[in-house]
Design a protein around this ligand. Structure first.
Ligand code: ZN
Ligand code: ZN
Length: 349
């Protein structure tokens, strides 16, 4: 099938990535072999490669935000053929447990994430020329959608899933706390969902400029203003109907909750800190509803459509495209103190 060795970016030790000749993956029954054309470096890869999260134990090929074309299909795969342009869910779900049968595949009891190796399992991902995976996690790319743009579908799906955890009414004001890449996708998803007022909050003026360009009606730089008071002012003294927390530490969680009106809803997406200070009495006495939001659950076709029609813009978030051979260098750059100036770096094996 292939005569040349398969290149892969292998994590061989904490903070050590090597471009190696990997064993040639073969699609097993129900699997396809994908020729990877684009794979984004995720923040969780950066936090994982140095060993700090314990979820990228070497040896491992990372990478879970990818697209490519089918190189070969394994036995009993009938819906796909070589040459099909695809992306795939970052989660390999079993399709049989109770959450899967209820359509909540992100909560699968047997989930394995591509390119992740916590204590329970090790699943090679897509920082490689070829990757084998079950056909059931594949999605077809719309014509004309480029591989790098298609590789952005995973982070977009996180935002669409978060916005769909609640009902967005045309009269709603929503705050988005944290205007990094996912926050900027949440802003765009809220605009798509029809929110009337979208208030983006961040420490960095540059990100807020981008938030306005992408659909935020108002922005607040959080070190320059009393954010909750400003949100109250913008909402006739009531507070926001919805708050999206996209950072995941105590101060931003508290900020998101403080911006809400009585009876409002908070969708919690960020999860940097395992535990936070939680304003229990404010949540109870103001009857705030809390919605956790993890990954996505089948929103890929919708997201691919939104991206290909330009309803959700991904190109402002792509900081660089680079060959796989430069992957190790990019991991160093992204983990440096000023690494946050890059949003998404996409490797092209
Ligand atoms: Zn990711
Ligand atoms: Zn399952």
């Amino acid at each position: 099938m292939k005569s040349h060795p398969v290149k892969a970016l292998l994590l061989t030790a904490p903070s050590r990535l090597e471009l190696v000749d990997a064993p040639d993956p073969q699609p097993a029954e129900g699997e396809v072999l994908v020729r990877v054309r684009a794979c984004g470096i995720c923040g969780s890869d950066i936090h994982g490669w140095d060993g700090s999260t314990g979820r990228r134990r070497p040896p491992l090929i990372m990478g879970h935000e990818a697209s490519g074309e089918i190189a070969a299909v394994g036995p009993k795969v009938t819906a796909w053929k070589a040459g099909d342009r695809v992306t795939f869910d970052s989660t390999i779900y079993c399709g049989e447990c109770a959450p899967c049968r209820a359509g909540r595949v992100n909560l699968c009891e047997n989930r394995r994430v591509l390119g992740v190796a916590p204590v329970e399992y090790s699943q090679d991902g897509a920082f490689a020329e070829f990757a084998a995976m079950p056909a059931r996690i594949l999605y077809r790319l719309p014509d004309g959608l480029s591989f790098p743009h298609a590789a952005m579908v995973e982070p977009v799906s996180i935002a669409i899933h978060a916005v769909q955890r609640v009902k967005v009414a045309p009269t709603d004001t929503a705050v988005v706390v944290g205007s990094g890449m996912i926050g900027l996708f949440v802003v765009q998803a809220l605009r798509w969902a029809g929110a009337k007022r979208i208030i983006a909050i961040d420490l960095e003026a540059k990100r807020l400029d981008l938030a306005r360009e992408l659909g935020a009606t108002d922005t607040i730089q959080s070190d320059q203003a009393d954010v909750a008071a400003e949100v109250a002012r913008l909402t006739g003294g009531n507070g926001a109907d919805l708050a999206f927390e996209v950072v995941g530490i105590s101060p931003t969680l508290q900020l998101a909750l403080a911006c809400l009106r009585k009876g409002g809803s908070a969708v919690l997406v960020g999860n940097l800190a395992p535990k936070t200070d939680f304003p229990l009495q404010a949540v109870v006495t103001r009857e705030i509803s809390l919605f956790g939001s993890c990954s996505s659950a089948g929103e890929y076709p919708l997201c691919l459509d939104l991206i290909s029609r330009g309803v959700i813009r991904v190109e402002p978030m792509i900081s660089a495209l680079a060959p796989l051979a430069e992957g190790a260098e990019w991991f160093k750059r992204l983990s440096a103190p000023d690494g946050a100036k890059f949003m998404k770096v996409i490797l092209q094996p």
